[in-house]
Design a protein. Structure first.
Length: 121
């Protein structure tokens, strides 16, 4: 299965789209769900503790957004990859193949930049 041309096109399209969409989800705070692991609660969408309780609740029940950001990016990348597979033959004539590696590298740099404020506390 991994040697088929369709799977390779899907994998490259998914990986490239995931890197880009993860940065968008992180920058815009778009999470499909928010997890409060200490309480065992999962809420749909992005919920900051000040949305549901007093600001002190953020210390008592910290929220985890990473799972929601990853799910948002994965769902978007799945849609992009499924749409791109039938058109990949035609698109490769117009698109430089190096973008498959440039976009994930730029995405990693953007993720490091966007998470720097968390380490400056």
């Amino acid at each position: 299965m991994t040697s088929s041309a369709a799977f390779r096109r899907f994998a490259f399209a998914f990986g490239t789209a995931f890197g880009f969409l993860y940065v968008v989800a992180l920058a815009k705070d778009l999470a499909l769900f928010t997890v409060f692991p200490s309480l065992g609660i999962v809420l749909a969408g992005t919920h900051h503790s000040r949305d549901v309780a007093a600001p002190a609740m953020g210390f008592l029940a910290p929220a985890m957004y990473w799972y929601g950001w990853a799910a948002t990016a994965a769902l978007g990348a799945l849609i992009v990859a499924l749409v791109a597979v039938p058109y990949a033959e035609r698109l490769t004539r117009y698109v430089w193949p190096g973008w498959v590696w440039v976009i994930p590298i730029l995405s990693m740099i953007a993720c490091v930049y966007l998470t720097l404020p968390w380490f400056r506390l």
